[in-house]
Design a protein around this ligand. Structure first.
Ligand SMILES: Cc1cc2nc3c(=O)[nH]c(=O)nc-3n(C[C@H](O)[C@H](O)[C@H](O)COP(=O)(O)OP(=O)(O)OC[C@H]3O[C@@H](n4cnc5c(N)ncnc54)[C@H](O)[C@@H]3O)c2cc1C
Length: 391
């Protein structure tokens, strides 16, 4: 039985392991964290293209049991003027809208699904090094353990250790934005069924939705020229800073921040515009490890799921690593790079305009651009990607 060592137990790793198991591979997953963390991460959008992969795997219904359908995105200026409504999915097809879920819930659904398929997920196994032996790969972990396999799949995120072996010179690019967010309950704030709201605040970008039970999911994107030297930071000072930055923004933005209990985490957002190569010898990269994108397009998890199904299909068509990895890269590279570039374009709009004139121009022009968004088919390519999987 061929064996793939899957490094990373986030989104792409367990999904690719489950699919490989279905086609007769052994595909153990090795995860650096010591245990699943139910509070890790905030929340994210799973778009219809990602939902389609989950449907193929038989995991979509469980995910939807605790999801906020958000087929529409409502844009607001910092003065409280509605700028437009944009579909969070293909134009004119609200049933194909994205859903927002806690990141930990997505992880749980994918991890449980993989384990049900027979995948073993080992925690506390941080890959430090992988090398080729004559006929396979040898992976070494920080607990001193080693594993042998036929191939290694790097599903270990934007800071990928596998990528250091495949494409050592690649350095993630800073997006110019810091991300943060949290959860709150604001008395009297009505649920926002089917919708997320986005506010071009005067000093920081803000997004929120209110679930049926009244829980508010919110995030902020702060403009920054450089990533903070400290990297990811968790503190109550950041919450105070956000309250200050959003103090003049329209309701309910200040109220949401006032109702949030600190501390909060702030992290620099990185992207990988182009990784060259995507694979080397018997090692191949998937998900954020090879095309990390800012969350602005709501596609990070969905693209990771697409990679999983394309890679597994390629290995099923031909288990020879060079043949399968070439087919996988040919199928995925152009789309992934286009998506990262698309998200980078949204990042530019989210960065706070430096002058009152620029803000006034944006608030004047955006409604004109957004007026036709409901029927604009130019982003359908993002959502209509479908990978057939013959059971
Ligand atoms: C902590 C965190 C929070 C996030 N929060 C959000 C969010 O709120 N909204 C949003 O839109 N996107 C968020 N993202 C990004 C989004 O989750 C990704 O786009 C998506 O999950 C891509 O899936 P992936 O499997 O490629 O990578 P990830 O989901 O990042 O999974 C990679 C996994 O590899 C593990 N790992 C890393 N290095 C090693 C190693 N050397 N050995 C073994 N395992 C390793 C990591 O612990 C992680 O579990 C977050 C990412 C992270 C890491």
């Amino acid at each position: 039985m061929p064996k793939a060592l899957v490094v990373g137990g986030g989104v792409a790793g367990p999904a690719v392991a489950a699919l490989l198991t279905r086609i007769g591979w052994e595909a153990p997953v090795f995860e650096a964290r010591t245990a699943p963390d139910p509070f890790e991460g905030l929340f994210l959008n799973v778009a219809v293209n990602g939902r389609r992969v989950l449907r193929t795997l038989g995991w979509e219904d469980r995910l939807l049991a605790d999801a906020h359908p958000a087929a529409e995105m409502v844009m607001w200026s910092g003065r409280g003027k509605q700028l437009g409504v944009v579909p969070n999915g293909p134009a004119g097809r609200p049933d194909d809208g994205g859903v927002v879920v806690r990141r930990s819930w997505l992880h749980e659904v994918i991890r449980d699904g993989a384990e049900d398929a027979g995948v073993t997920v080992s925690y506390g196994r941080r890959l430090v090094d992988v090398r080729e032996t004559g006929e396979g790969v040898l992976a070494r972990f920080d607990d001193g353990s080693e594993e042998h396999g036929d191939v290694v799949v790097g599903a270990d995120g934007v800071g990928s250790a596998v990528r250091r072996q495949v494409a050592p010179e690649v350095v993630p690019a800073f997006s110019g934005l810091l991300g943060s967010g949290g959860f709150a309950r604001v008395p009297g704030l009505a649920p926002t069924p089917g919708r997320q709201h986005f506010v071009f605040g005067t000093r920081s970008f803000f997004g929120y939705l209110v679930r049926a039970d009244g829980t508010v999911f919110w995030f902020a994107n702060l403009t920054a020229d450089e990533p903070p030297a400290a990297g990811i930071a968790t503190s109550t000072d950041w919450l105070a800073r956000l309250r200050e930055l959003h103090a003049d923004d329209p309701a309910p933005v200040p109220q949401i921040l006032d109702a949030t209990a600190g501390p909060i985490t702030v992290y620099p957002i990185f992207r990988l515009p182009r990784v060259e190569p995507w694979w080397r010898g018997r090692a191949v990269l998937v998900g954020d490890a090879v095309h990390a994108t800012s969350p602005s397009a709501g596609q990070g998890a969905s693209m990771a799921l697409e990679d999983a199904i394309v890679l597994a299909s390629s290995l099923r068509a031909d288990p020879d690593p060079a043949v399968a990895f070439t087919a996988y890269e040919d199928a995925r590279r152009a789309r992934a790079e286009a998506l990262v570039a698309y998200a980078a374009g949204i990042d530019k709009q989210k960065r706070v305009a430096r002058s009152r004139v620029a803000i006034a121009m944006r608030d004047l022009m955006l409604p004109i651009f957004l007026r036709k968004a409901g029927s604009d088919r130019r982003t359908d390519w993002i959502f209509d990607y479908d990978v057939p999987w013959v059971r």
